[in-house]
Design a protein around this ligand. Structure first.
Ligand SMILES: [Zn+2]
Length: 195
């Protein structure tokens, strides 16, 4: 479990969770600007439009595990946690043909059973985050309210139905913050610590 990747490079990693909003403009913008990001998918959010995420995958984004139904895992019995995590491994394998290596627990809430279950489902890394991006602001976890090399940024597949802006608005917010501070976005998959 980690919220930052150990690196001296001035890079940050964008991660996008759940999957409710399926904005084609987000796909277009990330493809045209070659923005690397990593997706963490919850089946109950994505299953009404797997095709959207297939397009994402074919543009080079890795699709990872965010459970079947976005339950609060901490404190749940090991078997039920395993069902939520291994079940989503199976969905991603069946629908997208890949076996995710990364898992992120919903709400960032996990316990020892979560980590054991995830490992038994084939997960190698459990990246959390230390900054969250919204269309109109950042929510900083660190007291200095700044970026650091290797920081993991969280945002969500959410748009005007939930937030005061679109997914491209959120992306512009992240790009502005990164550029102002001299950071580039990099692929999380390329920087994973070997454990
Ligand atoms: Zn989530």
């Amino acid at each position: 479990m980690f919220t930052t990747i150990p690196t001296k490079d001035k890079v940050i990693f964008l991660t996008v969770d759940d999957g409710y909003e399926k904005d084609p403009d987000f796909l277009r913008m990330t493809r045209e600007l070659r923005i690397p990001y990593t997706a963490f998918l919850t089946d109950s959010a994505v299953k009404d439009d797997y095709a959207y995420f297939r397009r994402m995958q074919s543009a080079g984004t890795s699709l990872n595990n965010h459970t079947l139904s976005h339950r609060y895992l901490r404190g749940m019995a090991h078997d039920r946690q395993r069902h939520e995590i291994c079940g989503q491994q199976d969905v991603i394998h069946n629908v997208f043909g890949t076996a995710p290596k990364l898992f992120r627990p919903p709400y960032g809430a996990y316990d020892g059973n979560t980590l054991r279950a995830a490992k038994s489902c084939g997960i190698t890394h459990v990246p959390l985050w230390n900054t969250e991006a919204f269309p109109d602001h950042m929510e900083w976890r660190d007291a200095d309210r700044d970026l650091h090399p290797g920081d993991i940024i969280l945002t969500h597949f959410r748009g005007p139905r939930h937030w005061k802006g679109s997914m491209p608005d959120t992306l512009r917010q992240v790009l502005r913050v990164a550029t102002d501070r001299g950071y580039a976005l990099a692929r999380l998959d390329d920087y994973l610590p070997t454990s």
